[in-house]
Every structure is written in structure tokens, then in C-alpha cells.
Ligand binder design. Structure first.
Ligand SMILES: [Zn+2]
Length: 125
């Protein structure tokens, strides 16, 4: 191993410059991930606020209750055969080639045709 810039050959400064460089890169990567995580948290909070406002408006105008919403969420969750708190992709028939396609995709994997069926909030993945 070479000792870059050491005034005392045989006495290695600790930690080595390579380790310090790795540590600096790791800190920068960690800061970027923290920033992205903070952005996602703000987006989730904004969407929760927007959903609450929409629910209250609809509830006031149509009399829909929280129980109605929860029941519908459970129905949608179960459509893919799993109650896992997620909207699973469903299958559909490609409007162009007629093959079975996954509605979680925006385009048919066989012919590239636009798949515009499936859940509204999963479009554009
Ligand atoms: Zn197709």
C-alpha cells in the first residue's frame, strides 16, 4: 500500500485517505437520500391533506361516510386476490393485438399499444 503525502514513512495516518474519501462520498449520498426522503414525506402529507379535503367536500355534498370509503378501499384492495393494502395490477385484453396484458403497464409488452384500462391512479407508472 502506498502512503500518499505521509511525512513519516511506515506510520500510516488513520483513517487512510481512501477511507476518508469513501466516508465523504457516503455522507453526500446519505444527504441526498435524506433530501429525497424529506421530499417524499412532504408529498405524502400534501396528498393526504388533498384527499381529506376531497373526501369532506364529497361527504358534504353526497353524504358519503368514512365507512363507505373504507369499504370501497377494501374492495379495491381485494380485486387482485390479495388484501395487502395495495392496488395490485389487473389483467386486461390489449385493444390492438388482443393478448392478455398487465394493466399496471402503460403499454402492451407485445405490440406497444397504449393500455388505458386499470386503476386511474396507477396510470402513468
Ligand atoms: Zn398488444
Amino acid at each position: 500500500m502506498l502512503f500518499h503525502g505521509s511525512l513519516f514513512p511506515g506510520r500510516q495516518n488513520s483513517p487512510s485517505s481512501a477511507v476518508q474519501s469513501d466516508l465523504a462520498h457516503t455522507r453526500i449520498a446519505n444527504q441526498k437520500l435524506q433530501s429525497k426522503s424529506d421530499d417524499l414525506q412532504r408529498q405524502v402529507e400534501f396528498l393526504a391533506l388533498a384527499n381529506q379535503a376531497l373526501f369532506e367536500l364529497i361527504s358534504d355534498k353526497l353524504g358519503i361516510t368514512e365507512g363507505d370509503v373504507i369499504q370501497r378501499m377494501q374492495e379495491i384492495d381485494a380485486r387482485d386476490g390479495k388484501t395487502d393494502g395495495k392496488m395490485g395490477a389487473a389483467t386486461s385484453t390489449c385493444p390492438n393485438c388482443g393478448r392478455i396484458v398487465n394493466t399496471g403497464k402503460t403499454n402492451c409488452i407485445y405490440c406497444g399499444a397504449l393500455i388505458d384500462t386499470g386503476h386511474l391512479f396507477q396510470k402513468g407508472k
